[in-house]
Design a protein around this ligand. Structure first.
Ligand code: AMP
Length: 283
């Protein structure tokens, strides 16, 4: 496994792979890797000749009161997990390498970056789109692998690639969950034992929403939201930030739950903010 720290070296390797007619799969991450990340790496390995994983905790996408400083870091563990599954290249730039003195460009994603998580995290998705655009230019991948867990992010990056005519394809992979349903997340490490149990309310609420629509024929999104919010309230450690039902393509709110709609939720469990979603599809 090759460890690369500079943009120039990464571009040399990307160019080399392309010159050799090798397809490149790319998995951008912020590290603290778990099975969710590794599922993307495995899929990339199956579908490409070479797989590059980036580990970069992008400071610009964290708000002033967010967890940049204490975001989990485990470089040694990450490298050994990636090496164990035969990752070809790990790209791990320092902040100054990605944002040299005087850096000022920012991508503006418009309305899709201002709804759902974007409503409480102003500028977050523009910063995510900017760093992913840079990483795509550095790695030059044929395919970029992203998790459905961050549904809004996948919609935004697809739009970015489409509208900037980037020569790559975004591949979205299903959310990997614990056996009880909790979506794997680097932020689950923040939860104590009691909070870990309470965090299950997210998945249960999503399954309730799905059942209301698919089995009980409730198609008015306002009613589904209400039932889900009331259900989340039954968990004393949980505080709903939002429950929203949106169009899977452009994240616009839907009045009636038609296909394919996505139910997206953000809930605070104690001080930890967790997100999850479910795509409502006909069986
Ligand atoms: P992060 O390191 O949190 O920025 O995540 C890097 C990538 O891994 C993103 O595309 C995430 O959507 C994806 N990811 C995170 N958690 C999961 C999960 N539980 N299942 C599948 N993909 C995930």
């Amino acid at each position: 496994m090759q460890l690369i720290k500079t943009v120039n070296d990464m571009q040399d390797v990307g160019r080399w792979f392309r010159g050799e007619c090798k397809t490149i799969g790319f998995v951008p991450t912020m590290g603290a890797l778990h099975e969710g990340h590794l599922s993307l790496v495995r899929r990339s390995k199956e579908e490409n000749d070479r797989t590059v994983v980036s580990i970069f905790i992008n400071p610009t996408q964290f708000g002033p009161n967010e967890d940049f400083e204490k975001y989990p870091r485990d470089i040694e563990g990450d490298l050994s997990k990636l090496s164990a599954i035969n990752t070809d290249v790990v790209f791990m730039p320092e902040t100054g390498e990605m944002y040299p003195e005087g850096f000022s460009v920012s991508v503006d994603m418009g309305a899709v970056g201002k709804v759902l998580c974007g409503a409480s995290r102003p500028g977050h998705f523009n910063a995510v789109a900017t760093v992913v655009a840079k990483l795509i230019n550095v790695v030059m991948p044929h395919r970029v692998y992203m998790g459905q867990k961050d549904f809004q992010q996948t919609v935004i990056i697809k739009k970015l690639v489409r509208e900037l005519n980037a020569d790559t394809k975004i591949v979205v992979s299903p959310t990997v969950r614990e056996t009880d349903g909790l979506a794997l997340s680097s932020r689950n490490m923040y939860l104590n034992e009691q909070e870990r149990k309470a965090a299950l309310i997210l998945y249960k609420a999503l399954k309730l929403g799905e059942e209301l629509v698919l089995s009980r024929g409730m198609d008015e999104s306002g009613l589904v939201k209400k039932e889900m919010e009331a259900f989340i309230k039954t968990e004393p450690l949980a505080k709903t930030e939002y429950v929203d039902i949106v169009d899977a393509y452009n994240l616009a709110p839907v009045q009636r739950v038609i296909f394919a709609a996505v139910i997206c939720i953000a809930v605070r469990i104690g001080k930890t903010r967790l997100i999850d979603n479910i795509i409502i599809e006909k069986g």
